[in-house]
Design a protein around this ligand. Structure first.
Ligand SMILES: [Zn+2]
Ligand SMILES: [Zn+2]
Length: 47
């Protein structure tokens, strides 16, 4: 009963995190742990 979710950014690594803003499952490489967001949201919310 193991569900492997792939990162929605690179679609090649296992997603270990979930973006707080858009709910996307992302791998460590595409997750900003400081912001709690995926790279897309982290980049978009950066002003
Ligand atoms: Zn990734
Ligand atoms: Zn996001």
């Amino acid at each position: 009963m193991s569900v492997t979710t792939l990162c929605q950014v690179c679609e090649s690594a296992t997603a270990n995190y979930t973006c707080d803003a858009c709910g996307a499952a992302v791998c460590a490489e595409h997750y900003d742990r400081a912001a709690g967001l995926c790279v897309s949201c982290a980049a978009g919310s950066r002003r």
